[in-house]
Write a protein that binds this ligand. Sequence first.
Ligand code: PEP
Ligand code: MN
Length: 364
Amino acid sequence: MKANIDVLPLNTWVETDGKPLIIAGPCSAESEEQVIETAIGIKNNGFAHILRAGVWKPRTRPGSFEGKGEEALPWLQRAKAETGLKTAVEVATPQHVELALKYGVDVLWIGARTTVNPFNVQDLADSLKGVDVPVLIKNPVNPDLALWVGAFERIAGAGINKMGAIHRGFSNAQETKYRNSPMWQIAVELKTLFPQIPLIGDPSHMAGKRAYLAELTQRAMDLNYDGLIIESHRNPDEAWSDASQQLTPNALAEMLSNIEVRKATYESDFQSELERLRQRLDNLDRELLEVLASRMAVVEQLGEYKRDHNVAVLQLDRWKAVHETRADWAKSLNLYPEVVEELFKLIHMESIRKQTEVMNQQNA
Ligand code: PEP
Ligand code: MN
């Protein structure tokens, strides 16, 4: 997949004094006061370089708040004039690009629901020909590295050379701990193939919940990401979109002050192939454990159901079926069925223990 994508270093378009780039701001621009008050809070805390705000919101379901549109762009101009922060908005159509540029937006980003569609990305690329503006590209909603790389190739093809990748995680088919699974390996792969592309973590959209922001931010820093984009709102609980994942500017400053930034650079970190492969294993093992944790959460629900309907914990027919299907799945994945069987014996034992615990909770 090695292609040549010309990208200038971050410090050619934003000054961060060698620190990770921080982009912060509300999920959506809701009103002039909300944008200005949040921007001032962010500026006063001194951690951010760029103010973000969604003006056109790509919502999964219609009927949710879809953004204020053009009306909100002068609010960002004013926020920039009052704080000196550069501004960034999401663009999904050539018309968005035209309007954002007309109102002096400094940085554009392409959202996850746009990156998935090569037609849309190409339309954006065509509208960016001859324009000198930094463009950040979020990973597509589905875990497809080639699609992400393709978006870079299309935008680079339009002559844009100030670019960055935003890693916001990938949608899940089932309920998992995080709103979007990080699948760190995909972003690390992008960075390994294209070390020149700055990598920016978006813990907000990975987490979906405030409680997980710090651990995801730390993880991105441990992987030497070049920056972060984090949602911040003057009054998160009242936010019109993504209320449960936003932090006030003060809370965000507090969280960031507890994050450790490692000094090693990507180059030295990925010096040896050995290091690179070990890092890959670390990422995969963490994901393995995240999947196990989601499995245990379902087991717990099952335990509750069995308890409330007075069903025994262990049902041999079911266990036999689990046994056989997993062994078959193992074979089709080129794994030793015997080893996988042993593994599932352990998993099954633990799930029986968990269900028994749930049963006894009510009896107690
Ligand atoms: C956003 O940044 O508010 C947004 C809509 O993100 P994503 O494209 O990652 O879903
Ligand atoms: Mn959002």
